[in-house]
Each structure stands twice: as C-alpha cells, then as structure tokens.
Design a protein around this ligand. Structure first.
Ligand code: ATP
Ligand code: MN
Length: 479
C-alpha cells in the first residue's frame, strides 16, 4: 500500500479507509497512544494500539525519536484534539532510537532553551518550533519566486565567487587555492595572486547587485536570490556571516517606484504566510504568547505575532526623508533627556537605537527612510540635486530594524566616474559596470531584502540564528 502523508490523512482521509503512515514518534503514552509526525504538517496523527495484539518486545521499541510505519483503519477519534486517528493493525520499526540517548537531545519532550536547540541544530528540525520555522522559510522562498515570476521578472544567478570588492557592503571572505603556509610571493614579499586559481584575488560575494544591474539593463526586470557572505565580526542577533539576499533590479524605475515595489513585495510575503501557513503560524503565535507571559508587563509586545503581520499587511508604511528623521530625533524625549548612547546630528549613520525609536515609538509601523547623506551610502546611489544627499531608501521594521536597503542607481556616466574617484574605486576594477552607462543608460532602481530578517519578522523568532538551518557566525561553523 502506498504511504499517506500525515497532512493528507488529516485533511482528507476518509473514515473507514486503510492507510499506511510513516514518521517519527513524538510520544507514546499509556502503551496505547502514539503521536506520529512526518514533517508534512506541525500536527501529529494519533495512532491507537491495542497492546494485547502486539508483541511486548516490539512495543518497547516504539520510543520518542524512533521511526515507524503504522498500518490501520482510519476511525473517528474518541479523544479531543483530532478528528481522526488510526486504529493500528500493523507496526513496523524503521529506525530505533535508544531512549537513554534521546534523553540528552532536543527530542526529549519538554521545553528546551533556544541556545540548547542551537547546539543540536542537526536534531532541532524534530521539534515543533523548528518544524514550523523551516516550513515557513520554505513558503516564503516560494512566495518570493512567485511574486516576481507573476510580474515578469527574471531570476538571475549572479556569481558567488567575485573579483570585485567595490561594493563596499562589508568585509569579504577570500577564496584561494594557494598554500597558506608557503604561498608564491612577489619580489616585494606580497602574495602573488597571479598564481592563484583565478589569476587574481577573489572573494565570496557580499551582494549580487552590480551584476543584477547589468542584467536589468537588457532584460528589464530581474532579481537575484542567493547566498551572500560578510566577514564582519558583529556578533548580534541580526547578523550572520552567511545569509540569503533577494535583490530585484528594475530598468526605468525611480526611487518612488522602488518604494512602491518594496512595500507591495513585503506585504505580499506577509499575506502569503497568513494565508498559507496557518497551522505553523498559530503554533508560533501561541509559543510567543506563552513566552511573553514570563516577561514583565512593560517588556511585552503590544501585539501578538499574527496581529503584527495583519497590521503590516493592512497599513501604509510611513515614508520620510533622512533629514526629517534627524529633525524628529532632535525633538524626541530620549534625545532631550540624553538617553541615546550615540549623538544625533545631520550626517551621522543612524544607530539601531535611533531606528528603533522611529519605528517603535514615533510611528509604530514600518518606516521607509529616504535621501541619506551621500557620504554614508554606497558610491552607486544616485546623487540628488541638492548635491548632499543620494536617492537611497532603507526599510525599517518593528523589532528587526533595517530589513531592506535600496536606491535609485546613478545612471549618469560622468557623475558615476566622479563618485568612483571620491570613493577611491579604481576604474579598472569596475570598468564593466561603468560601461553600461555608456550604452543606452537609463534610470533604474533596486533593493536588497535580507531573507533571514524577513523570516524573523514572520515567525517572531528574535535571534537570526534560529531562522537559518545551520548558522555561520564568528567562531562558529559547526554542522
Ligand atoms: P546592517 O546595517 O543591518 O548591518 P547593511 O546596511 O550592512 O545592514 P545592506 O548592505 O544594505 O546591509 O544589505 C541589504 C540587506 O541585507 C539588509 O537590509 C539586511 O536585511 C540584510 N543584511 C545585511 N547584512 C546582514 C547580515 N550580516 N546578516 C543577515 N542579514 C543581513
Ligand atoms: Mn543597508
């Protein structure tokens, strides 16, 4: 008989039919009730055993963490919590799990700390929380491809190994096949990269944007969705050394179009999760609510996870310029009371305490900040007429901070060349990027969404290490 998945049995299994279900045992109570999960849904199927009918030695092997196949008839459930259950006729042990060993793992059914779960990232998929997070992560990835495909964008695969380090988005990881103990040297003692695999120094990419622009200036609308790497030594709850980024790039778009695209894109993802991940979301909502109860009243979230998602879906993002934001900060209570750690004045790079004030206190909704000082943004952002600011935009989310960074790109050849000079970027490094501005250059714009930060928002997880299967952070590349 063909195996049925738990989700199929629970959603459209008909009472009286014979089924085979395979999965991992979550619990076996009273030598009678097996909770079986196969990953197809957060819900377990209950399999009911009449122990008189089975060998004792066999029943002993049905333990938390073991894998089994059960055959039986689907019957209406007597207990609360599920509509149907399986009246077991046959049991096959597929994989044993030693109960003594299970004791020391995250599979042991009790509350574990997220830190402990992280140490067992190879097993944490077996828990409800991480099952929910990674099913949602998948759904969001799918929604992103669907959003762009439905709107005529092309998925462009930009390189992961790159020779350009002009992006300036962060420290890079060098990729080399040279012998680290005895590399070939130049006469002056420096490493001779001409003898390296690519004949020059190369790194892991920090962003696919520059290459995406090349594609957009022919294909019209493209997006990338791939891994990016940053060797920043920042051990925060929102930075990874390896993370995934989505970078759409659109010819003929200006900054306003770019903001509109971003806002509709982020709302689409949120709506998709609300519509398609109901069970997992309900579980995470409940999980967060329970955790909130352990916190002092004034540290609790004002809205539940689901309420926050609905709020973002239904409300316009607040749009304002960097200059307006600085003015608001200068008027703010924490500024006047000297409660900000970092000073506020026009020209500073906003610190996360400033962003959080704007998003969580001043507006209480997602915020799009635009038109930042040129000095604190990348060379490729379009110079505004005031000569001081560029057509940049950052999207700030409650509880997350920056989730998207983007801009209208500098399309004017002469201005861009000047910018390269000012940022000390050598033309021979980036000649291919400059060339697009020589042949039919047009206004265009794009942005980068940090995939994991979006997953944090839609799952309510507060540490970025808990929304990627195997996090890479400073001093940590286990698994
Ligand atoms: P931040 O100021 O938070 O360090 P950034 O300004 O360096 O971010 P960008 O270069 O604008 O980031 O990258 C685009 C997006 O990628 C960010 O808005 C964020 O969502 C995400 N992102 C950036 N760095 C990281 C990181 N180290 N780990 C996870 N996501 C990141
Ligand atoms: Mn940014």
């Amino acid at each position: 008989m063909k195996r049925s998945k738990v989700i199929e049995v629970l959603t459209d299994g008909s009472v009286g039919s014979k089924v085979v279900v395979k999965g991992w045992v979550r619990a076996f109570r009273s030598n009678r009730f097996i909770q079986l999960n196969d990953g197809s849904t957060i819900k377990n199927i209950q399999a009911v055993v009449d122990f008189e009918n089975f060998d004792e030695a066999l029943l002993k092997r049905i333990t938390t963490g073991s894998a089994i196949a059960v055959t039986g008839e689907l019957v209406e459930s007597q207990g609360a919590g599920q509509a149907v259950e399986i009246q077991v006729e046959g049991i096959e042990i597929l994989g044993d799990a030693n109960p003594d060993e299970v004791q020391r793992t995250v599979m042991q059914p009790k509350r574990h700390s997220l830190e402990f779960l992280r140490e067992q990232a190879h097993l944490r998929f077996r828990t409800n929380t991480f099952g929910a997070v990674f099913r949602i992560r998948h759904a969001v990835a799918y929604a992103i491809h669907k959003f762009f495909n439905d709107r005529g964008f092309y998925y462009l695969h930009t390189p992961i190994v790159t020779g350009s380090d002009a992006e300036g988005a962060g420290e890079m990881f060098r990729v080399t096949t040279l012998d680290p103990i005895n590399p070939p040297l130049n006469e002056d003692g420096s490493v001779n990269y001409k003898e390296d695999f690519f004949g020059k120094p190369v790194n892991l990419t920090v962003s696919g944007q520059l290459e995406a622009e090349l594609g957009a200036l022919a294909l019209g609308q493209v997006y990338t969705f791939g891994p990016t790497f940053r060797a920043e030594n920042s051990n925060t709850s929102r930075h990874l050394a390896e993370f995934w980024m989505i970078e759409p790039e659109v010819a003929f778009n200006d900054l306003k179009d770019n903001m509109d695209l971003t806002e509709s894109f982020l709302k689409y993802i949120v709506d998709y999760v609300l519509e398609n991940c109901k069970d997992d979301l309900a579980f995470l909502n409940e999980r967060e609510a329970n955790e909130q109860k352990t916190k002092p009243q004034n540290e609790r979230n004002e809205m539940s996870l689901i309420e926050r998602l609905e709020f973002v879906s239904k409300n316009d993002f607040k749009r304002l310029t960097y200059t307006e934001a600085i003015d608001l900060l200068l008027q703010s209570k924490p500024y006047k009371k000297g409660q900000f750690k970092f000073d506020v004045k026009w020209g500073i790079d906003l610190q996360s305490e400033h962003e959080r004030y704007l998003v969580e206190k001043e507006f209480n909704c997602p915020v799009i900040l635009t038109d930042y000082p040129a000095e604190i943004k990348a060379f490729y952002m379009r110079q505004n007429d005031d000569g001081k600011t560029v057509a940049a935009m950052d999207v700030l989310f409650p509880g997350i901070g920056e989730i998207v960074g983007g801009s209208q790109r500098e399309e004017r050849f002469d201005v861009l060349k000047e910018k390269c000079k000012a940022f000390d970027i050598h033309e021979e490094e980036i000649w291919w990027y400059l060339e697009t501005r020589k042949f039919g250059t047009v206004p265009h714009a794009g942005f980068g969404l940090g995939f994991e930060r979006m997953i944090m928002f839609v799952t309510g997880m507060t540490n970025i290490r808990d929304v990627i299967p195997f996090p890479r952070t400073p001093q940590n590349a286990e698994f």
